[in-house]
Design a protein around this ligand. Structure first.
Ligand SMILES: Nc1nc2c(ncn2[C@@H]2O[C@H](COP(=O)(O)OP(=O)(O)OP(=O)(O)O)[C@@H](O)[C@H]2O)c(=O)[nH]1
Ligand SMILES: [Zn+2]
Length: 299
C-alpha cells in the first residue's frame, strides 16, 4: 500500500521476479468484508476484481497480511488515548532534525523516539543544516540512548544516509523547515511526480498531501514520507513500553512503589543508580522520554 486517502487506496502490484519484475499502480477500495479494519501505508494486502490498473478501474482489498510493525500516534486533538495507526511494516524511523534554522526541538525528538520504541522499529537521527551549526551538543544528548545518527551536509554526498536506507522501509518524520523535502527530492529523483500522481489520482490538491506516501528508492527499499504528520500524540504509550527499551534499568524498578511514574521522589531508581548499578545518564534519558509523553510533567 503506497498511499491511503479518504477510502481510496493506491496499491503497487508487482509481478514477475528479479530483473523481469514489473510494477503497476492499482487503485482499490476496501471490500465490505474487511469491516472497520484499518489499512495503512506499508500494509501488504490481497486484491480482487479489476487489478489491471487501467484508468477508472477499481480493485477491492480483501485481506490485510500480518504486520511486522506498526507506527502509531494518538489523535492530535484529544487525550483519549485512542491510537491511530500511521504506517505498517516499517523497519526504521528516520527523525529528520535541523541543527539550526529551525533549532532542534529535543522534546519532539524524544517523542519520536518513544513512538519508534513503541512501534518496535529502529530510530535513526538524521541531522541536517550542518553548515549552520555543530552537531556535537545534540549528538551528546542522545549518546546515552545509543541512537544511530547521520549528519548530512548541504549539497554533499548522501551515501552514508543511503547506506541506512537501502533495502529497508524507512519512515521519515520531521517538522516543517528541517529540510525533509530537500532530502526526499535527492533520494527519490521523481518524488514530486510520484506524490502529485497520487494526489491527482485521489483528487487531492498539491498542498494537501496525504498523511503518508511510500516512495521507492532507486537503489532498493522504500521511504515513507509523512508530510501530513505534524505531531505525535503519545497518550497511548505506557511507562512499561518506554521502560522496555532500558533493560539496564528495569531491575532497579523492583523497589519502586506500585504504579511508579519513575519521575518523582518515591522512585527507587535514584538510589539504585547512586549505588552504581547503572549509568546516571541512562536514568536521565529514561526520565526525559517518559516525561515527553502527553500529560506527563516536563523535566
Ligand atoms: N543552510 C541549509 N539550508 C537547507 C539545508 N537543507 C535544506 N535547506 C533549506 O531549508 C528550507 C526548508 O527545506 P525543506 O526541504 O523545504 O524543508 P521541509 O522539512 O520539507 O519543510 P516543509 O516543506 O515545510 O515540510 C529550504 O529553504 C531549504 O533550501 C541545509 O543543509 N543547509
Ligand atoms: Zn520508579
Amino acid at each position: 500500500m503506497v498511499a491511503v486517502d479518504r477510502g481510496r487506496y493506491t496499491c503497487l502490484v508487482t509481478s514477475g521476479k528479479g530483473k523481469r519484475a514489473q510494477s503497476r499502480t492499482v487503485m482499490a477500495m476496501k471490500a465490505r468484508e474487511l469491516g472497520r479494519k484499518g489499512i495503512v501505508v506499508g500494509d501488504r494486502v490481497a486484491l480482487v476484481g479489476d487489478v489491471s490498473g487501467a484508468v477508472d478501474t477499481l480493485a477491492r482489498v480483501v485481506r490485510v497480511e500480518e504486520r511486522r510493525s506498526m507506527l502509531r500516534r494518538s489523535a492530535d486533538d484529544t487525550d483519549d488515548g485512542i491510537e491511530r495507526p500511521i504506517v505498517a511494516n516499517a523497519d526504521q524511523l528516520v527523525i529528520v532534525t535541523a541543527l539550526a534554522d529551525p533549532p532542534p526541538r529535543p522534546r519532539m525528538i524524544d517523542r519520536m523516539l518513544v513512538a519508534a520504541f513503541d512501534a518496535e522499529i529502529e530510530p535513526l537521527l538524521c541531522l541536517t543544516k550542518s553548515d549552520l551549526a555543530d552537531p556535537e551538543e545534540l549528538v551528546a544528548q542522545y549518546s546515552p540512548l545509543d541512537v544511530p545518527y547521520v549528519v548530512v551536509h548541504k549539497g554533499g554526498s548522501l551515501d552514508e544516509l543511503r547506506s541506512h536506507l537501502t533495502n529497508r522501509i524507512s519512515v521519515l518524520v520531521g517538522h516543517s523547515g528541517v529540510g525533509k523535502s530537500t532530502l526526499v527530492n535527492v533520494l527519490v529523483p521523481d518524488a514530486n511526480r510520484a506524490v502529485s500522481h497520487v494526489n491527482a489520482v485521489t483528487g487531492r490538491g498539491r498542498h494537501t498531501s496525504t498523511s503518508a506516501v511510500a516512495l521507492q528508492l532507486p537503489e532498493g527499499g522504500w521511504i515513507i514520507d509523512t508530510p501530513g504528520v505534524r505531531s505525535f500524540g503519545l497518550a497511548h504509550i505506557s511507562v512499561e513500553t518506554v521502560l522496555a527499551s532500558f533493560p539496564d534499568l528495569n531491575e532497579g524498578t523492583v523497589g519502586c512503589p506500585k504504579g511508579c511514574t519513575h519521575l518523582d521522589a518515591a522512585c527507587a531508581l535514584d538510589a539504585w543508580v547512586a549505588a552504581g548499578h547503572a549509568d546516571p545518564a541512562r536514568l536521565a534519558s529514561l526520565r526525559r522520554l517518559l516525561s515527553s509523553r502527553d500529560g506527563a510533567p516536563e523535566v
